[in-house]
Design a protein around this ligand. Structure first.
Ligand code: NAD
Length: 314
């Protein structure tokens, strides 16, 4: 198998590259390092079968040789990133998806689009099933990400039908783990960074809003199960264990052995109130269920952040 991973220098993409190499695939990673980090790939650079190409997928896209699978993961993903790069985010979700679909079509490869739970917006149904159409504000600040992904889903579906292509869509829910950037603005790295520094942990709003967090190993297993199947989806991949943000902040503080106080700050515009995947489709069609409990995943993540913190001091 020869697989192209766009966004391979990012958080999820780097784990995908690693897992694919571990199972014997050749991997071509395409990334312009907008939000990615070469450090995420440092341990893979010398491995046979791995190639990193510095490339913006919104530009002309060419990969020589055969390709069996295209995993399109390029896109800013944290709210802080996509608010800093609004036009780039819309472009990678639209033009970038068009180009990577074109690559898959040219090569006769299966194509998997990394979509997101954000296509459900601030959902009015709980838990969210794949047949729920969502509640997105098309002109709100988050729309640059949500609508780019919704367009990407539509384009992927149209290419599948119009060109008889083998395409799939995965809707990924909040995923966490080592290699997240401490300042990427997402709740878990923020809480861990603050807990380890003994600073106040800043929960937004009342802290009663919920999220469902999935450890990265589980998410990557689910994505590869979809890639290896002939299922088109869309399919939710996430952990259905729902937690309030205050509970999450307390758990991280306790696991980090910190005595940081928890404080409350303003809530971002259009921030969803509840987020919880219905994963019965993934279980039925892919035989996939998350396996890593939050306590285990958070402990591993906190340990990694603590080690990185020590290294940066030294
Ligand atoms: P990330 O920011 O760590 O990685 C994204 C990567 O895409 C980065 O390496 C970045 O440099 C690259 N990129 C951005 N624009 C590009 C372009 N025009 N050309 C080439 N490369 C480009 O984000 P992540 O958390 O790893 O997310 C990866 C994908 O998964 C994204 O598509 C995201 O929407 C999706 N996703 C992630 C989560 C999550 O919880 N992490 C949840 C839902 C969906």
């Amino acid at each position: 198998m020869r697989t192209v991973v766009t966004g391979g220098a990012g958080f999820l993409g780097s784990y995908l590259c690693e897992r694919l190499l571990d199972r014997g695939d050749e991997v071509v990673c395409l990334d312009n390092l907008l939000t990615g980090d070469p450090e995420n790939l440092a341990h893979l650079m010398e491995r046979p079968g791995f190639r990193m190409v510095d490339c913006d997928v919104t530009d002309f896209l060419h990969v020589s040789g055969p390709v069996d699978l295209v995993l399109h993961f390029a896109s800013a993903a944290s709210p802080a990133d996509y608010l800093a790069y609004p036009v780039e985010t819309l472009k990678v979700g639209s033009t970038g998806t068009l180009h990577t679909l074109g690559l898959a079509r040219e090569k006769g490869a299966r194509f998997v689009l990394a979509s997101t739970s954000e296509v459900y917006g601030d959902p009015l149904e709980h838990p969210q099933r794949e047949d729920y159409w969502g509640n997105v504000n098309p002109v709100g600040p988050r729309s640059v990400y949500d609508e780019a992904k919704r367009f990407g889903e539509s384009l992927t579906t149209a290419y599948g039908h119009a060109h008889d292509m083998d395409t799939a869509i995965v809707r990924i829910f909040n995923t966490y783990g080592p290699r997240m950037r401490p300042h990427d603005g997402r709740a878990i790295p923020t809480f861990i960074r603050q807990a380890l520094a003994g600073e106040p942990i800043t929960v937004t709003g009342t802290g009663e809003q919920t999220r469902s967090i999935c450890y990265v190993d589980d998410t990557v297993t689910g994505i590869l199960a979809l890639a290896d199947s002939d299922f088109a989806g869309p399919v939710n991949i996430g952990n259905p264990a729902e937690t309030t943000m205050t509970e999450l902040a307390r758990e991280i503080r306790d696991l980090a052995g910190s005595s940081s106080p928890i404080t409350y700050v303003g809530r971002p515009v259009d921030d969803p109130h509840r987020r919880c995947p219905d994963t019965s489709l993934a279980a039925a069609r892919l035989g996939w269920r998350p396996a890593v409990p939050a306590t285990v995943g958070l402990r591993r993540t906190i340990r990694w952040f603590a080690e990185e913190r020590e290294l940066s001091k030294g």
